[in-house]
Design a protein around this ligand. Structure first.
Ligand SMILES: Nc1ncnc2c1ncn2[C@@H]1O[C@H](COP(=O)(O)OP(=O)(O)OP(=O)(O)O)[C@@H](O)[C@H]1O
Length: 231
């Protein structure tokens, strides 16, 4: 079995004095997509933000065996933890090309991979990002992370609020991206989870309540209803 790329042990996090992540532990294999699931407000986004040091937290986080939980966020990112936040942070008044250039931190950015994964963005390289559709902005957001070599990519609800056809495009881009970098994916759309993830970790009240096969979870209607609140 391959070694864990991301190991989270007894992670706790608070927002304004409220504990939002409670003793979360899991290991992530260095391949494919691991889905981080759970009902609204159970602490999925907070878990990603705690791994990145964006909120107050305690516990251990290791990247390929090395502790990163005592480092500031910019160092964690430099070490290769890519982040695609929930709110598609693009610079609206800059072009697509400028958005990508600003994200480049490696001396040899993955421009060919971006062109291959997102041909539409290449065509729109001179368009202002603020004039793109939600789906296109999500592609820019993903491309901004993939332009650098990451060891792991944390992606938060990439298909939220997108039209069904665009959801499929985003899922395909993620599937292709996951061939180059392991992805920890927060996703509410279970069709997307089914398509992409082999493994699922489910949170409830800030704690891990399931860690196992995504197929087994989603194939078990009663368990899916119990843990995710949907049939
Ligand atoms: N900025 C904030 N200020 C106060 N409370 C917050 C803040 N951000 C999150 N919380 C609270 O922390 C808890 C966990 O939120 P979090 O966003 O991590 O959950 P989530 O599982 O990602 O939810 P969702 O699926 O709705 O995005 C919730 O109770 C939420 O209300």
């Amino acid at each position: 079995m391959s070694e864990s790329i991301l190991t989270v042990s007894d992670l706790n996090a608070n927002i304004e004095g409220q504990q939002v992540v409670e003793s979360v532990s899991f290991e992530m294999l260095p391949v494919g997509v691991t889905a981080l699931l759970g009902r609204n407000g159970v602490g999925k986004t907070s878990t990603l933000r705690a791994i990145l040091g964006l909120i107050e937290r305690s516990g251990e986080v290791r990247l390929a065996g090395e502790r990163i939980d005592r480092e500031p966020t910019h160092r964690i990112v430099q070490r290769g933890v890519g982040y695609v936040p929930e709110d598609r942070e693009v610079f609206a008044s800059l072009t697509v090309a400028e958005n990508l250039r600003l994200a480049e931190r490696d001396s040899s950015p993955n421009r060919e991979l971006i062109a291959e994964l997102f041909p539409d963005l290449t065509e729109r390289s001179h368009q202002l990002a603020g004039t793109l559709s939600g789906g296109q902005q999500q592609m820019v957001s993903l491309a901004r992370a993939l332009v650098n070599d990451n060891r792991v990519l944390l992606v938060d609800e990439p298909t939220k609020g997108l039209a069904p056809l665009i959801v499929v495009d985003v899922a395909r881009a993620l599937e292709r991206a996951a061939e180059t970098v392991p992805v920890l994916l927060v996703e509410q759309n279970l069709q997307v989870v089914r398509m992409l993830a082999e493994r699922a970790i489910v949170l409830e009240g800030g704690r891990v309540v399931y860690d196992g096969s995504a197929e087994e979870l989603l194939g078990n209607g009663a368990l899916t209803k119990e843990l995710l609140g949907v049939a």
